[in-house]
Design a protein around this ligand. Structure first.
Ligand code: NDP
Ligand code: GDR
Length: 371
């Protein structure tokens, strides 16, 4: 019998990679998507199956983490062996603007699923994965951050995820459920949301290299993140649910990099070498030399500027994870390095932007909203 998985947040970056991964393993995959006035399934369109054909193994259901009865019905109908709770309002800066909604979806949403499993009598059948986050560590207490490092959340997003983390631990202990937290550090990919810093950078650098945009505006260039590839990280999610005993795991690369160095790496990929001068709001990224065949930029051109509106009221300065437990107990090993991650994202965005340029030159309207 094929195993059945239910993925919340299937239309997001991780949901798409995880669905693809589980389908390849022979799972029947159900996903929850939100109703939207525009199509929101671009990341999973390649997995779509015509509802009129037989032997389908991929199904989508309308739902929302803020709607208990909807979640109860979907879980009852699908009777999943594994639930991966990936749905969330996942943008840290946006959570300062929408704190109450973020608490509802990311915090109470987790409780709604756990409670649905309990009410439906599925505590012995259904294994539960919670998408916890390195944002829980927040204000640096110790590095590298491991499963035993104390938490100090620094945003409404992280505080909501703190509730999600502990309610998962509590249901594991109170009801003997198989429930795990994956404390995942930042992971990116060519399908990363466009307003997270890495994707914002790879898109803008591609456009600058093609002569479609002059400058990239960023916030805090000194923040340090432990960046991995989402394709590697969804494997760890799956492995966490295949063990004898449910536990919590850190998933990270163990390498940390400043935002400004990620910017330099992305520019380097297109033959533009950038140096940073100045400090804080006055810091600028300036072209040192340009070996870019498509678009020559004179030395001294300012291609990066700091815009304080991207500063956060409370920032997380330094994240560096210790993935030792995941490596030892799960046998997890990432395949990508930061260099191959940047390469993967840059290749993909260059291709997308070339297409965009072609359409623009042909007189067709293209997307020009870059936050
Ligand atoms: P994305 O933002 O790409 O995807 C989030 C998903 O959640 C989307 O499918 C979105 O739907 C859905 N969603 C948002 N709100 C609701 C809601 N109220 N009800 C139902 N679905 C909802 O995030 P990622 O794929 O990057 O991350 C997956 C999970 O992992 C998130 O919980 C995130 O907080 C967490 N995480 C991510 C890390 C990362 O570096 N990527 C690191 C650590 C944790 P729609 O497409 O309609 O917007
Ligand atoms: P993060 O990711 O907040 O770590 O949360 P993001 O890419 O948004 O920010 C990383 C760092 O870059 C700095 N930064 C900017 N960030 C954005 N978005 N836009 C900018 O212009 C910019 N300039 C500088 C930020 O201040 C920050 O320090 C991500 C999300 O996926 C969460 O859901 C997840 O839990 C964590 O990673 C782990």
């Amino acid at each position: 019998m094929a195993k059945v998985a239910l993925i919340t947040g299937i239309t997001g970056q991780d949901g798409a990679y995880l669905a693809e991964f589980l389908l390849k393993k022979g799972y029947i995959v159900h996903g929850i998507k939100r109703r939207s006035s525009l199509f929101n399934t671009e990341r999973i369109d390649h997995l779509y199956q015509d509802p009129h054909v037989d032997n389908r193994n991929f199904f989508l259901h309308y739902g929302d983490l803020t709607d208990s009865t909807n979640l109860i019905r979907i879980i009852q109908e699908t009777q999943p062996d594994e639930i991966y709770n990936l749905a969330a309002m996942s943008h840290v800066q946006v959570s300062f603007d929408t704190p109450e909604y973020t608490a509802n979806a990311d915090g109470i949403g987790t409780l709604r699923i756990l409670e649905a499993i309990r009410l439906l009598g599925l505590t012995k059948k259904t294994r539960f994965y919670q998408a916890s986050t390195s944002e829980l560590y927040g204000l640096v207490q110790a590095v590298p951050q491991s499963e035993t490092t104390p938490f100090y959340p620094r945003s409404p997003y992280a505080v909501a995820k703190l509730y999600g983390y502990w309610i998962t631990v509590n249901y594991r202990e109170a009801y003997d459920m198989y429930a795990c937290n994956g404390i995942l550090f930042n992971h990116e990919s060519p399908i990363r949301g466009e307003t997270f810093v890495t994707r914002k950078i790879t898109r803008a650098v591609s456009r600058i290299a093609l002569g479609m945009q002059d400058k990239l505006f960023l916030g805090n260039l000194s923040a340090k993140r432990d960046w991995g590839h989402a394709k590697d990280y969804v494997k760890a999610m799956y492995l966490m649910l295949q063990q004898e005993k449910a536990e919590d795991y850190v998933v990270a690369t163990g390498v940390t990099t400043e935002v400004r160095d990620f910017v330099k790496m992305a520019f380097h990929h297109v033959g533009i070498d950038v140096a940073f001068t100045g400090e804080g709001v006055n810091e600028k990224g300036i072209v040192k030399s340009c070996r870019n065949a498509a678009y020559q930029l004179p030395a001294g051109t300012v291609v990066v500027e700091v815009d304080p509106r991207y500063f956060r009221p409370t920032e997380v300065d330094l994240l560096i994870g210790d993935p030792d437990k995941a490596k030892q107990k799960l046998g997890w090993e990432p395949e990508y390095t930061l260099e191959t991650l940047v390469e993967d994202m840059m290749k993909s965005d260059l291709k997308l932007m070339k297409k965009d340029k072609y359409l623009q030159e042909g007189g067709f309207k293209t997307m020009n909203y870059f936050e």
